[in-house]
Design a protein around this ligand. Sequence first.
Ligand SMILES: Nc1ncnc2c1ncn2[C@@H]1O[C@H](COP(=O)(O)OP(=O)(O)OP(=O)(O)O)[C@@H](O)[C@H]1O
Ligand SMILES: [Mg+2]
Length: 335
Amino acid sequence: MNIDKPLLEINDLHVGFRIKDDFYDAVDGVSLTLEKNEILAIVGESGCGKSTLATTIMGLHNKNNTKIEGEILYKDLNLINLNEALYNKIRGNDIGMIFQDPLASLNPLMTIGAQIDEALVYHTDYDDKQRTERVLELLAQVGIPSPERTFNQYPHELSGGMRQRVVIAIALSCKPPIIIADEPTTALDVTIQAQILDLLNQIQDETESGIIMITHDLGVVAETADRVAVMYAGQFVEIATVEELFTNPKHPYTRSLLQSIPQANQEDEDKELHVIQGTVPPLPKLPRKGCRFAPRIPWISAEEHEEDPTLHEVEEGHFVRCTCYKNFHFEEEEA
Ligand SMILES: Nc1ncnc2c1ncn2[C@@H]1O[C@H](COP(=O)(O)OP(=O)(O)OP(=O)(O)O)[C@@H](O)[C@H]1O
Ligand SMILES: [Mg+2]
């Protein structure tokens, strides 16, 4: 039983983007907690709001074009009310972020050493020698084979996997208690992906940080996470431990995602039938009331859909935003 306060607590967060004259919620009433020592995965298709949630936690939105409401509680602060000067202190120091594309998050004109050093200059009072030692230590910690050499190299001189290790080193540089990794392996090939996931697992073991791991890949979830929140169209539709979600999924969207994982020796030609077709609609096309997923389930009638389902606990620690999941029959399950 965890009696400590969560590291991060988000309550009823709404993030609306201005499109023409109106605001549309890309994050629509999201609540979550992140505990120390936990890897929480957020999974969902492209466009469901995962990155918007991450960049909101990091305070990266332009307040003129976004409407942010709710609570992002860290220590005793609600981050959504924080001014830019305070947020600059939190970013990097308290919350580190690893972005999808390592090349885009590194400065091509600065050496690797100088880029990691920048965060230390900003957030610590280490002298030059201490900072250099810390940079070399970080490069070794993320598995860079020759830290001294890499220290003086530029991003283009490294492979994609090594660049992502550098990005992780920057995120770790100030030992933040919270790390957000937004699709940290998507741009990498499969072998390197596995190495980076191992590295994140190892970091979590060593640092006891809480990690939010954003991915569209349930394979990544199975490899790394303790708990999963499944996101659809800006809302969490199911939250459970990894084991529970994989063995006892409830929401039709979760089940569809699970069934779309490619299986070894897959011989079932009807597999496509089990997977719900379509994509997440653009924000202005989302239903503003009622179940956002309903339009993608052609075989359940309107009467069977609850008007506006809320996330409710169906078993201890297992939350589902759907009341009609019991009426659901994937063909495979009937057989
Ligand atoms: N700055 C913006 N202005 C308007 N709409 C935006 C903006 N950023 C994102 N959106 C919209 O918000 C929704 C959520 O986008 P987001 O990038 O958070 O999704 P995602 O789950 O991270 O997708 P992906 O898996 O492709 O990275 C999408 O409909 C997207 O088009
Ligand atoms: Mg994204």
